[in-house]
Design a protein around this ligand. Structure first.
Ligand code: AMP
Ligand code: MG
Length: 344
């Protein structure tokens, strides 16, 4: 397949808009940027189009997709019962990186939900994403644009690497601002349940609702998953990744010691400046300062992909405090390391 590449400016052109719309209406695939990560989009009302997303990604078909809409009011077309907590959260955080799980109506095909009776919906906060969804006049399911098991794509180059030749259109929107996938919150349970931490944090949701929520995020792969996505290995670079947990001085001492016994041409450390600048290794990727979790989040998946490009076999990364955005970052780090944590 010949993949057409568009840039932000191209979306002003009527011919380009018509092309994007007709591809989506004909069941094709369009990769576009969002504020979280890039998404691989298809018409959520067309089961064949939805199945082709699973195929292109190599995603297990029981791992459901998030439906993206361009206007809050569109939700009322696809969902019959919208709980009051959802309305409050939509008012506070849509458009934005918060996905809500609702009871599915008959309009949404089971292919989207992996057979579940619930459906995930969000309204992204990105001009290109909103343009694409809006001009299509369709609900668009758009999981992260990465081959299944790889880190989500936060750069055009990553999307191109994974999907050039496999999708109809890729739109280059530069670097994704947030760099972590949306928060997923189930509002069908009597008390809302957090299924995936993201940039809309547990603390923010609780403050808005004036209510404590249930933290259903996974700690171990063996736990019974409340969200199908929880049971799959995610974000994993090819090398063995170790999450080092402890005081910063202990983390630095431990990594400097252990790397002495490893092949340094195939060993790397990823972490905050305060850690990487004190490690004696050739391959070090600094994600930003410890005090700037936004920056650390936005650089994380880029660093994970770099490991494969460099052929790294041993990767060390360190833990962060698990509050606010730290919870979402730690969730991705635990998964990427296959829950291989060492306490020092
Ligand atoms: P992605 O779009 O690749 O970021 O993944 C979407 C995430 O949302 C996965 O972890 C899914 O398991 C989760 N998800 C989507 N729909 C549902 C649903 N109906 N119930 C629970 N989790 C869902
Ligand atoms: Mg994903």
């Amino acid at each position: 397949m010949n993949t057409k590449i568009y840039h932000k400016e191209d979306l002003r052109n009527d011919q380009v808009k018509t092309h994007i719309k007709s591809v989506l209406h004909q069941g094709g695939l369009v990769v576009f940027p969002t504020e979280t990560v890039y998404g691989i989009g298809a018409n959520a009302l067309n089961p064949q189009a939805v199945l082709s997303i699973y195929q292109a990604k190599g995603r297990p078909s029981d791992n459901p997709l998030i439906v993206h809409i361009a206007h809050k009011k569109d939700l009322y077309q696809y969902i019959d019962d919208i709980p009051r907590v959802a309305t409050k959260l939509m008012d506070a955080y849509w458009p934005g990186p918060l996905t809500l799980i609702f009871d599915k109506s008959s309009k949404i095909p089971f292919e989207v939900t992996g057979g579940l009776n619930t459906v995930a919906i969000r309204m992204p906060n990105h001009p290109i994403a909103l343009d694409v969804i809006g001009l299509s006049e369709l609900p668009i399911c758009a999981p992260s644009a990465n081959l299944s098991g790889r880190p989500s794509s936060t750069l055009f180059e990553h999307v191109y690497e994974d999907f050039n030749g496999k999708v109809d259109i890729i739109i280059d929107g530069g670097k994704a601002k947030i760099g972590l996938e949306s928060t997923v919150l189930d509002v069908t349970t009597p008390i809302p349940t957090l299924l995936r931490p993201g940039a809309i944090t547990k603390e923010m949701i609780e403050k808005t609702l004036e209510l404590g929520i249930i933290d259903g995020t996974d700690k171990k792969v063996s736990d019974i998953p409340k969200s199908p996505g929880m049971k799959y290995k995610h974000y994993a670079p090819k090398g063995q990744m170790t999450l080092v947990d402890g005081k910063i001085e202990n983390v630095i001492t431990y990594i400097n010691q252990i790397v002495k016994s490893l092949d340094i041409s195939k060993t790397a450390v990823i972490g905050a400046d305060e850690v990487t600048s004190n490690i004696d290794l050739k391959y070090k990727v600094s994600l930003g300062h410890l005090s700037n979790l936004d920056e650390i989040a936005s650089n994380l998946f880029i660093a994970l992909r770099q490991m494969d490009d460099l052929g790294i076999e041993h990767i060390f990364i360190h833990s962060l405090p698990e509050s606010d955005l730290g919870q979402a970052i730690m969730n991705r780090l635990s998964k990427a390391s296959g829950y291989n944590t060492i306490h020092v």
